[in-house]
Design a protein around this ligand. Structure first.
Ligand code: UDX
Length: 435
């Protein structure tokens, strides 16, 4: 089978690299010529652990090619995976412009029967729409089949997730087409869920929303723990050991960010509205997450009264570790809050400094290490649990800071340790350590 992947973002690139790793010939297509030229030199335009090596290995084997020529990408394709972005419109709905453009271009160049597989997260009914867009533009002798095949990979562990995912969802209204896509994935030996197109589209939104719900729920329990004198670490463990609930996604913190959860949850809310359904839990979890992102700021305000001219440090700026992605990261909200309050801000992140500098320029200062960022600081905020940050010694933090006061949004440190080291330590859902 000749397989083309359209869109070389996280999903497209990882899918292309992983499918070539299991032996398929994959042609990755993107309209962005600069990206394709980088990829042809074996350089990944995104930061994802292990991806550069995977790409280079399969280029060398002749299994992975990159092209910005639509004719080359589509003319001989038997199957086209679409993995273009579906960003949010202002009203929260999914913007399908890139997807529709890709479909129209596909119609222009295909020469034979085709299976179009959508990996992008799209509202219920979109695949049928895409199928129509293509079919009505090609000769009636060309059969166009569409398949919804949502992606569940996480940034930072995307390759592992592709090889060891919990399931592969194949939504098709034609059994034979579904089986052909199953064959492509067979070497991964993962459970396959065959379903209809609309259910597959819904599975993606339901999964992401449920995971986000778990996070907002545990964050609310954490906030209550603080008031009630309980400890969220113990509560999460006790709750998560119930196999009906499960331990994952019960890590309390400063809310979820990234390119998927916030966007997909708002999109599902929009879908619900369109079907005239009032999705109350969904609206609440969105509200909870907004408030949670400001928890550390409010804790600091409560502690200091005013933050004007306070020398503050932010450690970790990405929405989670092992990615350079700062989209919807809690750090961005905190920087804005601190700037409004007149604080002096120094930030450090192992990877994302250039992206943050692009946004805030000389309004804030940039350190080259966590230690340098902490020098002379009066309040340190921990926002991302990078290993480098978790492995800092509290004794060293104390020496570097002029006033050792730490607001930890990721519960990286042990309360006893903070106590022993004489650090004032405020975390999420655990008693404050006030020396
Ligand atoms: C998510 C889904 O996990 C993935 O299946 C989907 O395909 C894309 O969206 P991703 O956005 O890469 O993946 O990150 P994920 O690891 O799920 O974390 C999302 C956010 O939730 C992060 O900000 C993280 O810090 C936060 N989180 C996660 C918590 O606050 N607590 C947790 O217990 C887990």
């Amino acid at each position: 089978m000749n397989i083309t992947i359209t869109g070389t973002g996280y999903v497209g690139l990882v899918t292309g690299a992983c499918l070539s790793e299991i032996g398929h010939h994959i042609n990755c297509y993107d309209i962005d010529k600069e990206k394709i030229s980088m990829l042809n030199q074996g350089i990944s335009p995104i930061y994802e652990p292990g991806l550069d090596e995977l790409i280079q290995r399969n280029i060398d084997k002749g299994l992975l090619t990159f092209s910005s020529d639509p004719e080359d990408a589509y003319r001989n394709a038997d199957c086209i995976f679409i993995a273009v972005g579906t960003p949010a419109n202002e009203d929260g709905s999914a913007n399908l412009t890139f997807l529709e453009k890709a479909a129209i271009q596909i119609a222009e160049y295909i020469t034979k029967d085709i299976i179009v597989v959508t990996k992008s997260t799209v509202p219920v009914g979109t695949n049928e729409h895409i199928g129509r867009l293509i079919q009505e533009r090609v000769s009636a002798s060309i059969k166009v089949e569409v398949v919804s095949n949502p992606e569940f990979l996480r940034e930072g562990t995307a390759i592992h997730d592709t090889f060891h995912g919990d399931r592969i969802v194949i939504g098709s209204n034609n059994e034979e087409t579904g089986k052909r896509i199953e064959e492509i994935y067979a070497p991964f030996q993962l459970p396959i869920v065959h379903t209809d197109i609309r259910s597959a589209e819904m599975i993606k939104y339901a999964s992401n929303s449920f995971l986000a719900l778990k996070i907002s729920f545990i964050n609310e329990i954490a906030n209550l723990c603080e008031k009630a004198g309980a400890n969220i670490d113990h509560v999460s463990t006790g709750v998560g050991l119930d196999r009906r609930i499960g331990r994952q996604f019960l890590q309390a913190g400063i809310g979820f960010g990234g390119s998927c959860f916030p966007k997909d949850i708002n999109a599902l809310n929009h879908i619900a509205k369109e079907f005239d359904y009032d999705f109350k839990i969904l609206k609440s979890l969105i509200d909870v997450n907004h408030i949670q992102k400001e928890r550390l700021f409010f804790k600091a305000k409560e502690h200091f009264g005013s933050l004007t001219d306070k020398r503050t440090t932010l450690l970790g700026l990405t929405f989670k570790p092992n990615t350079d992605d700062i989209r919807e990261a809690a750090s961005l909200q905190l920087i804005q809050d601190l700037l409004i309050d007149g604080a002096k801000i120094t930030v450090y992140d192992p990877i994302a400094m250039p992206k943050v500098e692009k946004l805030f320029g000389d309004k804030i200062s940039y350190a080259t290490s966590a230690e340098q960022a902490l020098e002379g600081s009066e309040a340190a905020f921990i926002l991302t649990e990078w290993d480098e940050i978790k492995n800092l010694k509290l004794a060293d933090i104390k020496v570097k800071m002029s006033d050792p006061i730490v607001f930890d949004g990721r519960n990286c440190f042990n309360l006893d340790e903070a106590n022993k080291n004489g650090i004032q330590y405020f975390s999420i859902g655990r008693p404050a350590v006030k020396s």
